[in-house]
Design a protein around this ligand. Structure first.
Ligand SMILES: C[S@@+](CC[C@H](N)C(=O)[O-])C[C@H]1O[C@@H](n2cnc3c(N)ncnc32)[C@H](O)[C@@H]1O
Length: 265
């Protein structure tokens, strides 16, 4: 698999005997899933959402999500982006902002798709450390910031970057990136730029009237964005072995998002 190029097979294989998926209650929600890792002779529980602890251990993120659980989202979202850019006759080279960048798997796909300048942003310092450790030089800049309250230097850097593409993969809809942070990120993308993201398929369902789901519906309905392509695909399997389906979306930004469109999560 591609991710092994930067994060070596060796680092991932180290976890083969030291990371296990316990038998979990079938009702356990996706955002409460956990695994166990063997450290200093003892099995220790790690929640999947304890990203900082996972990033701190080289190879564990890749082994757990990509090896054991078969996650395919960075590739699927960036492939859709690549297709839209190709069909739109856009030049191969582009600049990107990767929101919720984690340890750089999306950045790696973006680079392969032609991104020449990628700025990463994540709320966790552990994510930046892991990206720099495992994929040095991939991001032109990697900001640790909370985009619900961006500091002046963050605003300055993102204004300078003027990314033609905003990616946000596996980071929306589970209490991760709030609508306000996404809204603020979109402001740095010029009109005509592309937004590429994925979300659990049922979160786009009309029944979900909260948070990011509602923001996306409003953006499409009021023609703030134009949907270019979307695809339902298998994001990964759950710890119970069930397929978790997500929708990857690529849309063109047509106008600034009116602040009134923001809804409470
Ligand atoms: C499942 S990981 C996905 C990482 C990467 N996009 C990938 O696909 O491998 C979700 C990431 O979103 C980040 N995140 C969560 N809330 C955030 C926020 N408010 N602002 C920025 N990043 C956030 C987490 O720290 C984590 O690195």
């Amino acid at each position: 698999m591609k991710h092994t190029a930067a994060c070596s097979d060796f680092l991932q294989d180290q976890w083969a005997e030291r990371c296990r998926l316990p038998r979990l209650d079938a009702d356990l929600p996706q955002d409460a899933e956990w695994c166990e890792i063997l450290e200093d002779g003892r099995w220790r529980r790690l929640r999947f959402h304890d990203y900082g602890d996972i990033y701190d251990r080289p190879g564990l993120y890749e082994h757990l999500f990509y090896g054991l659980l078969g996650c395919d989202s960075p590739r699927r979202v960036v492939d859709l982006l690549r297709m839209v850019r190709h069909d739109g006759g856009m030049p191969r080279a582009f600049s990107a902002l990767d929101l919720g960048a984690g340890n750089g798997l999306v950045g790696e796909e973006l680079r392969e798709a032609g991104a020449e300048s990628i700025v990463g942003i994540d709320i966790l310092p552990e994510a930046k450390r892991a990206a720099q450790r495992d994929r040095p030089g991939l991001y032109r800049n990697y900001l640790v910031a909370d985009l619900t309250r961006p500091a002046d230097d963050v605003i300055e850097e993102l204004s300078r970057a003027r990314p033609e593409v905003l990616t946000c993969v596996a980071a929306l809809g589970f209490g991760d990136i709030p609508p306000l942070a996404y809204f603020n990120a979109v402001r740095f993308v010029p009109v005509g730029g592309l937004l590429a993201f994925n979300i659990k398929e049922e979160f786009l369902d009309e029944r979900y009237t909260h948070g990011f789901s509602e923001l996306v519906r409003r953006m499409v309905r009021d023609k703030v964005v134009r949907l270019e392509a979307q695809v339902r695909y298998r994001h990964r399997q759950s710890v119970h072995g069930e397929a978790l389906y997500y929708t990857a979306v690529v849309a063109t930004k047509l106008a600034e998002i009116p602040r009134a469109m923001l809804v409470r999560p």
